[in-house]
Design a protein around this ligand. Structure first.
Ligand SMILES: Nc1ncnc2c1ncn2[C@@H]1O[C@H](COP(=O)(O)OP(=O)(O)OP(=O)(O)O)[C@@H](O)[C@H]1O
Ligand SMILES: [Mg+2]
Length: 599
């Protein structure tokens, strides 16, 4: 029940802006169906009473109008008026159909736009943890395919259902009025056609899903191959990858051929049953007309209604079976729209972020099964550099994510200048921390745009690039700062990417700067140059440097050693060297390697 309510709420949000167009489509549809329904009636009256001599069988209003104009005789002398009336109705119906199609496209595109805007804006405000849990491909599919499916449902099922229902009800009413027995023959066939169509579309849906899944596997193979082309070439796996692709391609083709065969069967059986029904009506109708239980006009009119009904009746089965598909898509979109946005405490306020940073008994777990940090306590004095050393998976990156309020500690608290960061707005905390992530991400834009992503001007971008020791590399590219990064432009080396990311962080001039193993891909000399430039340009900022390079850590004021989520050592590098522990072990190892290299 709750899910149903949520779906309705989601639908009403998605339909914002397009509702009025869909309503206009429904109204236009009802009007042109009325026009279509009138045509067989005009033909019946023309054949029976204008050409023939039967009495007028029309509603009193129409009868009065015919008398006022000059009676049946007037029309008999001018039979073209009947033809003109049919043509006029056809013209009016065509104009309304045109309006409906136009409105329907506007409605559909408006629905798509509203839905994508809504989803995109909501996704932007969802917490980091939500993004970590939900695969990007799935989110994109919900924002594209699912939205498209809802649009198709409204355009091709919801809008037509009103006019189709009107057409079926009214045609059947006219048919029953003209000849009950013949109407019953038509009626007996309709449930069979609808049921067959419904069962078929349920079956074909499973086939479609199979095709979709196979297409997904095929594109994943192709995408992985193209992205990982270096690995494929380096390991000489071209033939293996080609065979893998060919096998999947063959499978995909087979399921499509299977589906096309099922589709052909359906159309053949559907057409056959429709023709059998039409033939039955014509044969029995002829018999009834010859026997005199039906007039010629009624017979022609009956056949017209029966033909008009056939297509909507066949479509009804499909519409019923497709409705559930749209329902699934609405649920999938609701799951995104109902995910709670990141909300600050009601009394959250901005406080200075240039004080000491204190981790006070902080524990943290991503999920119930495994704890990542255990009662970690330490202080980072304001304006000092603070190194963090720890093995892979010891919780260094997690610790930094907590500081940026991208996650909240399971217990304990983190304060800056004595104020708990959870009592400050998350956006404010992040705007005061410049973080270079372990795996920096660059957008497929120019280097200038990538560095100045937070709105920095050209001069600031260049200053930051000089400090990050990347200016020389950028200027060596033929298009300098305008060089495009990524698939459409240059491929930057790992070290260049890291330095572009450092420059991007520097443009913000934050009181706290964080390097999550961000100098690992640059050589020792460049590492030293960058740190010297940072010291010169950012004096006063508190810097936190996660590094495995002992020379980097030796230049820090304090170092924390993290082992399996526990803080095992804390002090100046010189103090740590006096005691046995991870820091001294790594120091001895790296120094020995350094001496070997020098020798
Ligand atoms: N989003 C996540 N969900 C669940 N577990 C995670 C998530 N991110 C990291 N972990 C787990 O938390 C632990 C600590 O990871 P973290 O990234 O903090 O380690 P790290 O010290 O930065 O390691 P590295 O030196 O390799 O970067 C690891 O066991 C990791 O598998
Ligand atoms: Mg890490």
């Amino acid at each position: 029940m709750k899910a149903k309510n949520n779906n309705l709420k989601t639908l009403s949000r998605l339909l914002r802006g397009s509702k009025k167009y869909f309503i206009a489509c429904i109204v236009a549809g009802i009007f042109f169906t009325c026009c279509d329904l009138l045509v067989p009636q005009i033909i019946r009256v023309a054949v029976d009473s204008v050409i023939g001599s039967a009495g007028l069988d029309v509603p009193p209003v129409v009868s009065e109008w015919i008398t006022a104009v000059g009676g049946v005789g007037f029309f008999r002398e001018r039979i073209w008026i009947c033809a003109a009336l049919v043509a006029l109705l056809g013209l009016f119906s065509a104009a309304l159909r045109y309006c409906l199609m136009k409105c329907n496209s506007i409605a559909g595109e408006t629905l798509i736009k509203t839905s994508r805007d809504l989803l995109y804006s909501h996704i932007q405000h969802l917490p980091w943890s939500w993004h970590m849990k939900n695969p990007t491909g799935d989110i994109i599919q919900r924002c594209t395919s699912d939205v498209e499916r809802i649009k198709v449902f409204f355009q091709e099922q919801f809008v037509p259902v009103f006019r189709i229902s009107l057409l079926i009800i009214m045609s059947l009413a006219f048919m029953i009025d003209m000849n009950l027995k013949l109407a019953l023959v038509a009626l007996i066939m309709f449930p069979i056609i609808i049921l067959y169509s419904y069962l078929f579309h349920r079956k074909i849906r499973a086939r479609f899903t199979e095709c979709d899944e196979n297409e997904g596997v095929l594109s994943t193979i192709a995408q992985e191959n193209l992205t990982g082309v270096r690995v494929v070439r380096a390991f000489g796996r071209e033939d293996f990858e080609r065979r893998r692709f060919e096998e999947q391609n063959q499978k995909y083709t087979s399921v499509w051929v299977k589906m096309c065969r099922t589709l052909s069967d359906f159309w053949a059986v559907g057409d056959f049953s429709s023709y059998v029904q039409a033939m039955l009506i014509i044969i029995l109708g002829t018999v009834f007309t010859v026997r005199g239980s039906m007039t010629e006009g009624e017979f022609i009119s009956f056949v017209c209604y029966n033909t008009m009904l056939m297509w909507p009746v066949r479509r009804l089965g499909r519409m019923i079976s497709e409705m559930s598909k749209a329902g699934v898509s609405v649920t999938r979109i609701s799951e995104i729209l109902d995910a709670p946005e990141e909300i600050d405490a009601s009394d959250a306020s901005e406080k200075p972020m240039n004080g000491d940073i204190v981790f006070d008994n902080v524990s943290f777990a991503y999920n119930e099964t495994k704890s990542v940090l255990h009662n970690v306590s330490f202080t980072i004095p304001a304006g000092k550099s603070f190194g963090i050393l720890g093995g892979t998976g010891s919780g260094k990156s997690s610790l930094l994510l907590l500081l940026c309020r991208l996650y909240a500690p399971t217990s304990g608290r983190i304060t800056v200048g004595g104020e708990d960061i959870s009592s400050m707005p998350a956006k404010y905390v992040r705007s005061n921390i410049g973080m270079v992530q372990q795996e920096p991400f660059l957008f497929s834009r120019s280097i200038e745009d990538n560095i100045g992503i937070c709105g920095a001007d050209a001069e600031t971008v260049r200053e930051a690039a000089v400090t990050a020791c990347i200016n020389g590399d950028i200027e060596s590219f033929s298009q300098g700062y305008e060089t495009l990064v990524g698939e459409r432009g240059v491929t930057l080396s790992g070290g260049q990417k890291q330095r572009v990311a450092i420059a991007r962080m520097l443009t913000r001039k934050t009181p706290i700067i964080v390097f999550d193993d961000s100098l690992s891909a640059v050589d020792t000399q460049t590492d030293e140059n960058i740190r010297a430039a940072l010291k010169r340009d950012l004096s006063g900022a508190t810097s936190i440097i996660v590094s495995h390079r002992i020379t980097t850590l030796m230049s820090c004021d304090n170092v924390l050693v993290l082992e399996r989520g526990k803080a095992t050592q804390l002090g100046t590098p010189q103090e740590l060297l006096k005691h046995d522990g991870l820091f001294k072990t790594i120091f001895d190892m790296q120094m020995a390697v350094g001496e070997e290299e020098q020798a």
